[in-house]
Design a protein around this ligand. Sequence first.
Ligand SMILES: Nc1ncnc2c1ncn2[C@@H]1O[C@H](COP(=O)(O)OP(=O)(O)O)[C@@H](O)[C@H]1O
Ligand SMILES: [Mg+2]
Length: 237
Amino acid sequence: MEHSAENVVAELTGASKEYRTGDTTIVALNPTSVQFRAAELTLIIGPSGSGKTTLLSLLGCVIFPTLGTVKILNKEINDLSPSELAGVRLNSIGFVFQSFNLLSPLSALENVMQPLLLMGESRKNARERAMKAIERVGMTSRMRNLPKELSGGQQQRVAIARALVTEPSILLCDEPTASLDARSVVTVMDELKHLSTHGKAVAVVTHDPRLKPFADRIIYVNNGTVTDTPSSDDLLH
Ligand SMILES: Nc1ncnc2c1ncn2[C@@H]1O[C@H](COP(=O)(O)OP(=O)(O)O)[C@@H](O)[C@H]1O
Ligand SMILES: [Mg+2]
């Protein structure tokens, strides 16, 4: 069941990314084939500059592959019009970042309402759905607070609520625990684990080996190459 094809939410097939600046070309990601499934938390581990964010950006349809294909929910993103692509990004994908990226003048609740308002939902419905998402991450008692009135761990839980309020199929998290203290790391990872247990595909980029116990699967990125076996450096941790 877990490994059947219909559970595949996102898929790269021979997908690579090169950046050209002037007459130099940087290969950020070598041709990569990898699948992400529902109800699976995948940890993506690698050193700085290895291509982790590039991999996540391809999955998030933020950039197009130089070679190969990216499929989200069985749709090849190269075939989509810009508005269809915007729809996939808004409806099917949730992003969580190291720096939380909450809007500082807005309360926690208003931050979580934003994606729904962008999708054209009424303020009343957006508020109701946002309150449910905030409840799921255990932040109801702080939903009227501004981001600066919350701890890092609490801000990240609000950011997770904002990412999941649209009911995306895949949650892409770029170093979500890098700015957190040890206790908040556990709270946030428990939350992401819970979401994967309840059916979401969750991909978490990190260079923190302490996150390994939360993973259903670990893939390693080294020098632009994705493997499912650790390099000798990773084995030291
Ligand atoms: N927009 C860009 N333009 C040029 N080079 C880039 C760009 N984004 C990333 N790179 C390069 O691609 C490589 C991989 O970057 P990245 O995916 O951000 O690594 P990581 O997230 O693992 O630190 C790095 O050498 C980086 O400098
Ligand atoms: Mg990065």
